[in-house]
Design a protein around this ligand. Structure first.
Ligand SMILES: Cc1ncc(COP(=O)(O)O)c(C=O)c1O
Length: 354
């Protein structure tokens, strides 16, 4: 693999930004997009022509392999407005995770230094799109897909890696209700659960719609064999606090290794809490509720930060979580303050731009 030097990114800026036409501090994520995109092409066994150019539709051949065989992976992270300008939160972790996803789907690695450099240059160019309202951010979506025109089942030889961005106004996390799914699965041992593969989300759409129809916010995924062990939530990892101690499902290949999950484990440990990564049966949660040791639970993810749980619906039961004064809210505040540089970054997680 030939690595493209980071400084070779070519830039062609738009003449007139559209930023004044969007209320970025009140924008719903995913509706408005910034002026530019980063694009890089893979052919003949190497990445070439890294460029930042005007955001525009890309012509797609009807036989583009991603459309048929699903070689499509993505990442998600946020740029926030810190005290000294825009910052990125742990982008190296997303670079590594993209490559872990790529390996599982038989796709080429994307150079991690170029991934981070592209994000830095791209966000700096789009800095006027980074919202400043508390809890808001510029959501960044790096992704890779097979754009080779070929009909047949094999690894593609042409890919595109692209980054685009969408402003996301303040997210007020409410206590959420989860539906523990006992008919459909998200991931099984040996599958693609730990990859951030587009197909994982395709398989989750119908169960998520069904859960919403029944008044729940998201699906809680259980293990594929017995529908007992808790894996993760639709777009979040999950933590429980039982009898003063935190537990979260271990990364056994069926769970996405969340950047927020990793950060929350470090922050909880820093506060002196015990955090154990291990298999967690839903019956253990039911038991803890029955003997009054179930203290709190929350989901963690880039889009929402930390979302406290109100309830889990499992078969014919409802598991309720106390309101109290949860540690999850404190950790959420710390995460937000790190991202806006209101507190010192003792972990080395923040990358200051430019
Ligand atoms: C299935 C799934 N699990 C967990 C997460 C949380 O990961 P992160 O904290 O890196 O956003 C996400 C969001 O990306 C997700 O889609």
């Amino acid at each position: 693999m030939i690595h493209v030097p980071a400084q070779s990114i070519s830039v062609k800026k738009v003449e007139q930004s559209r930023v004044s036409t969007v209320d970025i501090n009140a924008a719903t994520m995913g509706i408005h997009f910034t002026d530019h995109m980063f694009v890089c092409d893979y052919e003949n066994g190497q990445w070439s022509n890294p460029r930042i150019e005007q955001l525009a539709p890309i012509a797609t051949h009807p036989s583009a392999m991603a459309l048929h065989y699903g070689q499509a992976i993505f990442e998600g992270l946020k740029a926030t407005m810190g005290k000294n300008g825009p910052v990125l939160f742990r982008p190296q972790m997303n670079a590594q995770r993209l490559n872990e996803s790529a390996q599982r789907l038989g796709m080429p690695d994307f150079p991690e230094d170029l991934f981070v450099e592209a994000l830095k240059q791209f966000v700096w160019i789009e800095r006027n799109w980074v919202p400043t309202a508390p809890g808001s951010a510029l959501y960044l979506r790096p992704f890779m897909y097979a754009d080779e025109a070929f009909t047949g089942m094999r690894a593609a030889t042409h890919y595109k890696f692209i980054i685009f961005a969408t402003p996301a106004g303040p997210y007020f996390s409410k206590r959420i209700r989860l539906y523990a799914e006992t008919n459909y699965i998200r991931a099984a041992a040996g599958g693609t659960g730990e990859a951030k593969a587009a197909g994982n989300y395709a398989a989750a759409i119908k169960p998520t719609e069904l859960a919403k129809k029944h008044g729940y916010d998201q699906v809680l995924w259980l293990d594929a064999r017995n529908f007992e062990n808790i894996l993760e939530v639709g777009t979040m990892n999950i933590f429980f606090k039982i009898d003063g101690k935190f537990i979260t499902p271990n990364l056994d290949g069926t769970v996405l290794a969340g950047v927020t999950r990793n950060s929350v484990i470090a922050l909880l440990k820093k506060k002196g809490f015990s955090v154990t990564e291990r298999p967690i049966s839903i019956h253990e949660i039911i038991e803890a509720e029955a003997n009054n040791t179930l203290e709190e639970a929350f989901g963690t993810g880039t889009a929402v930060g930390i979302a406290m749980l109100d309830e889990i619906g499992y078969r014919d039961r409802s598991i309720k979580f106390p309101v109290g004064n949860p540690v999850g809210n404190e950790i959420n505040m710390t995460l937000n303050q790190l991202k806006t540089q209101e507190i010192a970054d003792e972990f080395g997680w923040i990358i200051q731009l430019p």
